[in-house]
Design a protein around this ligand. Sequence first.
Ligand code: HEM
Length: 508
Amino acid sequence: MQNLIGEDKKMETMGNLLILFTASLCLYLFVALLNVFYKYWWIPQRVQFIMNSQGIRGPPYEFIHGNNKEIAQMFMEASTKPMALTHDIFPRVVPHVYSWINKYGKTYLSWNGIRARLLITDPELVKEVLKNSEKAFRKTKASYFFDKLIGDGLASTEQYDSAVVASVETMLEKWKSKEGKEIEVFQEFRLLTSEVISRTAFGSSYLEGEKIFDMLTKLSVITGRNIFKAKIPIISKFWKSADEIESERIAKMIHDSVMSIVEKREKRVVTGEADNFGCDFLGLLVNAYHEVDEKNRLSIQDLVDECKTFYFAGQETVNSLLAWATLLLAIHTNWQDRARAEVIEVFGSQNPNFEGMAKLKTITMIINETLRLYPPISGVIREVGREVQLGKLVLPTHSEVDMRIIALHHDPDLWGDDVNLFKPERFAEGIAKATKYNAAAFMPFGLGPRSCVGMSFAITEAKTTLSMILQRYTVTVSPTYVHAPAPRLTLKPQHEMQLLFHSLHYDA
Ligand code: HEM
């Protein structure tokens, strides 16, 4: 009998627990749903209403996805259409921006998932956002190490000679066996720029650095193809796609490789082989990792992240610039001849040197015109930190400002009807004259306090590489090349870039 009462009590307690559990679960689900509703419906609707009431239109917000599905579709269509060998690349590279500017005007609101994006193309407003000193428009935190590294003279003569000239020589040595044959330059420049950035970042350990950069390239490919995929709320916490699993695996490998290089540096100091961690990028990072003051100490994750940013910022961009500049020289052979004559006049058959760089006027014009027509980075974004006035508009929090460099560079109102023609002579009297003193009309490196810190390094690297190629070769477009610029984080040729190089038999 007592046993039965005991059983009843147990059952009752279990029943109560079950009710409590079910009630908590329902409450949890209700709160989670409310949260989803607030984030994914209420805020976007509110932001859309605020912007619409100020006369700003745009494609309507779609639950969870924003406009991502439509954008992905437009990209797919644009990338499968054949294209003539022209420089009118804006509609192909960012088809959604091109189409929405035509439909809604030069300032419109679109949706990257649940993020509201206000596109602005008025150079005055662009300047206002990028030069804003009150931190109303935020960018992700600045890298202390880049500033320090570049500040400490990344583009100084010593680094320059060892990193750039040596790497270009290695590349050109390989080309000797390909005389008169087709060369896929995008891959060649990928190896070159990886080596340059690897030598600069990792000094003597650059070969190990390159392995890490290889893995980062794989990671960037995965990131690129997932850019417009929205995460399904709640479910995405429990379910991972194959790409997510793969990127976690690569991230772990990168982490382990960075750790192994760091440990090697540490060992050299412990065994007395070296008396410090070195003054290259990795050396600076390892020093910060050993910082005595805990507050300023760099975590291993931060260290890995710094390496990633350095690689993407410094390698992919220059890779893109070099490829498009070489293609433009191959198409516009009159400019190629002028550029070569200048290089021979300045350097003769000698390797380029730091002092001669400033004398390369024609090459500078060509690089600027390449960066205008084929900007490696198609746009910059700033987050609206708090409600703020921009021109006549009031922008709510939870929004972003999207400044499309490529839209500004291809705007006939700013550049004239010949906007899509390759005319380096625009820059004959400098950038200010070319843009009619309108700074935001040409901003391949961004603008204002958070613009690119590697600009001079990038330009020097490009001038050196182009000079060394021109000293040895004439270049033409291969009949197998298919013109299809594609945005993959940076601007890349969709079907590689095949060019033909003919030796000048000039003993450089
Ligand atoms: C043609 C080559 C390059 C182009 C077109 C380019 C372009 C840009 C642009 C548009 C930005 C964003 C600016 C903004 O948000 O306002 C940027 C940022 C940056 N760039 Fe470059 N860049 C190039 C080469 C380099 C190189 C060679 C390095 C370093 C070695 C570098 C380091 C950086 C860094 C550290 C940032 C800031 C990253 C951050 O804090 O988020 N860039 N670059």
